[in-house]
Ligand binder design. Structure first.
Ligand SMILES: O=C(O)CCC(=O)C(=O)O
Ligand SMILES: [Fe+2]
Length: 325
């Protein structure tokens, strides 16, 4: 299959097993005292992002209790009976609602072994479970989403200045107060595997780059499987495992920022492996915040490397390549 979009054609080349390497360093960047240390932090972010396209942040300002509360809410949601979750089905173009095993990555062609629930503020309507089904869920999740947005905007403000845009360039492009907002918080649940389950050819999440500007990914201690390969090293097909640590947020550059920076900030490939026979085979939960520019914003780098496209059309094309059903 060939696509019109560079990103999708690149992705189709990344479905193989490849090899694993521990040679890459996953840098940890300390965000404490952000406003006073802004220029130092911006240098560290820029260096990590241009080098490998992913990094972890610590002392990011979200209390561990709040992260754990968000995970607990996600676990309670996924534990609901299927018929309850099915009342809140994914609205595809709007990245909101619940789906199970419907995402097929262009890299591998088999469905990700997972279920997910996406929250995109303007499109939630009747997609929230009722208070009877899940008391406090909506408040917990929306509060967490707002915190994620704040961190993402701080990070993007550093990238904006380094790229020669105004500091608040991306904050204006991700305005949560209007109906065109389309940043998404995604709750993810990868199914547990029986000890003798055959996972040949199956991925919890097939190799891909994210559609967005920047992703914040929260993982749970002991629930590994995430592997990364920097976009500029894609020909090596060498993957680096990221050891989960609940105090750190793993961040990666997505394709919108790659386009906006005329490829100066390369997006990176990542995937979630199925556990091997000796690995932990229980459920895996993760939380991902995708900073996606508002629908009406045009993505256009100063050097014009890619043709201008609205964020709405951009996400739409990527979603259609991933969710055929
Ligand atoms: O669950 C993870 O660790 C990764 C999820 C992911 O890459 C995605 O949903 O885009
Ligand atoms: Fe991803």
């Amino acid at each position: 299959m060939t696509y019109d979009m560079t990103e999708l054609n690149r992705e189709t080349r990344m479905g193989g097993l490849g090899t694993e390497t521990t040679d890459r360093e996953v840098r940890r960047i300390d965000l404490s005292d952000f406003e006073n240390r802004r220029s130092e932090i911006a240098e560290e972010l820029w260096s990590a992002a241009t080098d490998i396209g992913f990094f972890q942040i610590v002392n990011h300002g979200i209390d561990l209790d709040q992260v754990r509360e968000a995970f607990a809410a996600a676990e309670r949601f996924f534990a609901l009976p299927t018929e309850v979750k099915a009342q809140y089905p994914l609205k595809k173009g709007f990245n909101s609602g619940w789906e199970s095993m419907t995402q097929v990555r262009p890299s591998i062609g088999t469905p990700d072994q997972k279920e997910s629930y996406q929250v995109t503020r303007p499109h939630m309507g009747d997609l929230w479970p009722t208070a009877d089904e899940l008391g406090g869920f909506r408040e917990t999740i929306l509060d967490f989403e707002a915190k994620c947005w704040g961190i993402a905007m701080d990070l993007l403000s550093c990238f904006a200045e380094k790229l020669g845009f105004e500091r608040d360039f991306f904050t204006r492009a991700h305005d949560p107060s209007v109906a065109t907002y389309q940043s998404t918080l995604r709750l993810l649940h990868y199914f547990p595997l029986a000890a003798d389950a055959d996972v040949e050819g199956m991925w919890r999440a097939g190799a891909h780059t994210d559609f967005d500007c920047l992703t914040l990914l929260f993982q749970r201690d002991g629930q590994g499987g995430l592997q990364l390969c920097p976009g500029k090293e894609m020909d090596t097909q060498e993957w680096t495992s990221v050891v989960p640590a609940e105090e750190a947020i793993t961040c990666n550059i997505g394709d919108m920022l790659m386009r906006w920076s005329d490829d100066v900030l390369p997006s990176n490939f990542h995937r979630v492996k199925s556990p091997g026979v000796t690995d932990y085979r229980g459920a895996r939960y993760s939380l991902a915040f995708f900073a996606q520019a508002n629908r009406d914003v045009t993505i256009e780098g100063p050097a014009g490397k890619y043709p201008p496209i609205t964020a709405e059309d951009y996400i739409d094309q990527r979603v259609r390549a991933n969710f055929a059903r």
